[in-house]
Design a binder for this molecule. Structure first.
Ligand code: HXC
Length: 519
């Protein structure tokens, strides 16, 4: 063969590999409204930056006639490229090749990019669209999954791990995305479940559709498994690119600081009037968040799940931070099991990747009741407490209004190593709200008053006394638990100043194998 022939041979092989499972299957993928594995990579990475590994890998199985179903890549496209000029490693499952099912060699390809991402210290992004374990390969496929899981675990907290689910993701296969930091699902065609509808019906008798069992609505709103629900694959990919703008490449790097064209001393007069005069009236904490962060840009995580707490990424003077905020507009911003779990995982992510945590507090307490107690609010609430207390990144906490009871301690308080704790003049920091406190302290006297009008008068008088004492930030400030009481409209500037001061913060935890967070 001449050199030209050799090169042509290579180009032909490349062309064959690029056709995946063939034209018909690509067509069928498109008909379902899905992009192919390669198209997804092209959309995700900077143009022309993709370097593919293992294009010519094939499986070597002969059981069940598999030797007749050999395709280059073996059903997963792997390699590296850049996003906004920064290196990322990727794998993208190709449903057109044997349903994107995972074989021994396929798993080895994924492990190769995971290993290299870890060595290089670059994020790994996996795009899932697969029928799961390649049934014909049996235990070899199961072992392949376990190899991936082990790497997910080792990479956890070292490099950002991101999963997109743009098709089926079923059985044990769900556990790789579950071990990663963020799961993105597209509204069309995506689902995740440990056991599908057919087996569910056989085992439990429950009749349920794929979508109702594990569609994006389920995981975005009910289970909280998915962190981002995108309208479609294109939006999902844009969101992944957006997310990376807030993250460092690995746990040893600082998050990327960008130039900020939003004045750092921008005053927001509306904040001086945002707290309603009636303490039981809600307001939307998002209005506060959007008004204080750079250019009103805020990327919410788990937007539709546990809406009583808001978590997400934003920048202050170009510095990426994680924001945690109670949402008075939903269940009065109470801390319940789901909100505690959601925020705890978020705070731990921020801590692992050197993102300061800015906490906005307006919390009436933990949600009372048997449903929460039976489901373990004690343990789940402790997760959030643990996450804040363990975190060594800069922690800036602003108390806007209520900060009651255990929830006060949990939400980035001074004693959980909060670095800078400010309060608005409207802050109420106490063991509990006035009504509950008066019932406990003056219950006997209250119930001894027979006349309704007299009783109400007495309650109001006692509540006012309590409010004067505790429903303000000055009692806490007098002990130094609050570093300063600030004018709401200056909040952006005060947070930026705090973050600037804390930029070189060093804090450590005692040496240990690992903590024993209440799981
Ligand atoms: C081998 C598979 C496959 C699999 C799909 N295919 N899944 N081949 N192993 N797991 C093949 C099909 O035979 C078919 O081949 C092609 O891929 C496309 O699949 P279709 O069924 O035609 O596609 P569609 O109608 O879109 O249905 C998609 C699907 C279905 C819902 C995902 O394929 C399906 O139910 N697959 C099996 C899912 C499953 O139970 N997997 C095991 C989960 S347990 P041809 O040649 O006909 O085109 C698991 C354990 C992991 O994964 C454990 C880790 C610890």
């Amino acid at each position: 063969m001449t050199i030209e022939d050799n090169i042509q041979h290579l180009l032909d092989k490349r062309e064959e590999a690029k056709m995946g499972g063939g034209e018909k299957r690509i067509e069928s993928q498109h008909k379902k409204g899905k992009f192919t594995a390669r198209e997804r990579i092209d959309m995700l990475l900077d143009e022309g930056s993709f370097e593919e590994f293992d294009m010519f890998v094939t499986h070597h199985s002969t059981d069940f006639g598999l030797e007749k179903q050999k395709f280059f890549t073996d059903g997963v496209i792997t390699g590296h490229g850049t996003i906004d000029g920064r290196v990322v490693y990727v794998f993208s499952q190709d449903f057109t090749i044997i349903g994107g099912s995972l074989s021994e060699t396929y798993a080895r390809k994924i492990c190769k990019v995971m290993d290299q991402a870890l060595k290089v210290g670059a994020p790994i992004i996996g795009i899932n669209d697969s029928g799961g374990a390649r049934i014909q390969e049996g235990v070899k496929s199961l072992a392949g999954y376990a190899e991936i899981f082990q790497r997910n675990i080792m990479a956890s907290g070292v490099i950002p791990q991101i999963s997109a689910v743009f098709g089926p993701c079923a059985g044990g296969a769900v556990y790789s995305p579950a071990l990663t930091d963020f799961i993105f699902m597209s509204k069309e065609n995506s689902y995740m479940f440990v056991t599908g509808p057919k087996v569910t019906k056989t085992v439990t008798g429950e009749d349920i559709t794929t979508d109702d069992l594990g569609g994006p609505d389920v995981h975005g709103k009910k289970s909280g498994v998915a962190h981002f629900i995108a309208e479609d694959e294109e939006e999902g990919i844009l969101l992944i690119r957006k997310l990376l703008t807030f993250l460092p490449q690995n746990n040893l790097e600082e998050p990327p600081i960008t130039e900020c064209n939003d004045p750092i001393d921008r005053k927001e007069d509306l904040l001086n009037d945002i707290i309603p005069s009636n303490p039981n009236q809600p307001y939307n904490i998002s209005d506060v968040i959007y008004s204080i962060v750079d250019n009103s840009e805020f990327l919410q995580v788990q937007r539709h799940y546990a809406k009583n707490i808001i978590t997400g990424f934003a920048k202050f003077n170009g510095m990426p931070v994680g924001i945690v905020a109670n949402q008075p507009d939903f269940l009065a911003g109470v801390l319940d099991i789901n909100a505690s779990r959601k925020a705890a995982r978020f705070v731990r992510f921020c801590d692992a990747f050197n993102l300061p945590v800015v906490t906005l507090v307006d919390v009436p307490g933990f949600l009372p009741g048997s449903a929460q107690e039976y489901a373990g609010i004690i343990i789940h609430g402790a997760k959030l407490l643990f996450a804040y207390g363990e975190a060594t990144v800069p922690k800036v906490t602003i108390t806007l209004r209520k900060s009651y009871g255990g929830a006060h301690d949990v939400m980035g308080s001074k004693q959980l190593r909060g670095d800078i704790n400010y309060a608005w003049p409207s802050a109420e920091i106490a063991v509990m709200g006035p009504a509950g406190a008066i019932e406990v302290l003056n219950g006997k006297e209250i119930h001894a008053i027979e006349n309704d009008v007299e009783r109400k008068k007495f309650i109001t008088q006692k509540e006012n006394e309590y409010r004067d004492k505790f429903a303000n930030p000055y009692e806490a400030a007098s002990y130094g638990y609050i570093d300063d009481v600030i004018e709401p409209r200056n909040t952006r500037f005060r947070i930026i100043r705090a973050l600037q001061a804390l930029a070189t913060k060093k804090d450590t935890n005692p040496p240990k194998k690992h903590s024993n967070i209440p799981l």
